[in-house]
Design a protein around this ligand. Sequence first.
Ligand SMILES: *Cc1c(COP(=O)(O)O)cnc(C)c1O
Length: 433
Amino acid sequence: MKLYSTNNPNATVSLKEAVFKGLPPDNGLYMPTHIPVLPESFFHKIETLSFRDIAFEVSKTLIGDDIPETDLRQIINDVITFDAPMVHLKDNIYVLELFHGPSFAFKDFGARFMARIMSYFLQKENKEINILVATSGDTGSAVAQGFLNMPGIKVTILYPSKKVSDIQEKQLTTLGQNVTALEVSGNFDDCQRMVKEAFLDKELNEKLSLSSANSINISRLIPQSFYYFYAYAQAKKLGAASVVFCTPSGNFGNLCAGLIGKRMGLPVQKFVAATNANDIVPKYLETGLFSPRASVATLSNAMDVGNPSNFARIQALYDGDLDKVKVDIVGKAYNDDATRKAMKEVYEQTGYVMCPHTTVAYLGLSDYLKESHSEATGILLSTAHPAKFIDEVQEIIGKNIEIPEKLAVVLKKEKKSIPMSNNFHDFKRFLLQ
Ligand SMILES: *Cc1c(COP(=O)(O)O)cnc(C)c1O
């Protein structure tokens, strides 16, 4: 597999280099130089394959010789240890539940795959690296869980004290092993600044091998394509003639993975890109103008992104041609009032509880299916378990919801964090000790 920078098609690197660099030095994003198409025979029998088998075929086709088949099979078996079931909601609408992993959100897929790919390349070289992550909540817990007990990798997570939810804090601070949580007296921007300064610090980089677990790393994108294929397989088993996906989007990595799947031959009629009030991409699809702006805070806060980082990848996939983009993607945006109303309505009609992000996707999908009179099977991606947003969800639906056993266990564990000032030099001293 070769990857190029979206800022310079001639600057190509290997998968290994792209994974450890994260970002090309020219500030573009890595994209595969060639997206191979899966054979028709694969799609003929896809409904008979397991999630792991599907993930293996897709990754083998995309990654090629960079990782031998037996090693790749092992990595896939370690990543896919939980299901992504498709649940019927109503009419021709299904929910693809991506929250059955350790952090109860879809980011587990990306984080687990990245951790195992990194660890695989490191073991071959007998190297050790330090992953630094600044988090405002959700990314941190998926990354921490993903890298837990990975040989050769130490993880340091910086989170803003008192600015993450109870559940999030417990998920970050109760793992131990190779994961250290630093509770920073400051806000998320302080955490991010300290991590950025560390990457620029000469002494730190001489003494430690630092790496990031950034959301734009190509190894987080690749595994997110697997479940689009698996969803299609489940729909095909139910007799679906064609499918429409709706992805609740912030940085658009998840949607981008679906688009790559389509390039690999997955028969998708349409992708609906659903956002909250941060509607930069729906606006672009409507007007042709991409106008990033400061994000606004919403109920679906993991999607509060004002400058979606994967937009460059979408542009690269469609040669920057809006007409081509619009063939595959339709944009939809919803404010918090609409989201609250839909979450309550769906709960009252069906008994199904959706997290705020999932609800935005529900709205996008049901509106699109209505407007287009599509007979397709609609699949909305459910990106997080509702219990991760328990206070908001309970208030909206007016009922207490159950906390999954595994999450309840985490909540009972004792928090272990190291207090840290928001001064870079304190952080640096800690890393060097
Ligand atoms: C990160 C996240 C999203 C947005 O995903 P992108 O790939 O950034 O578009 C949606 N929902 C939840 C729950 C998330 O954590």
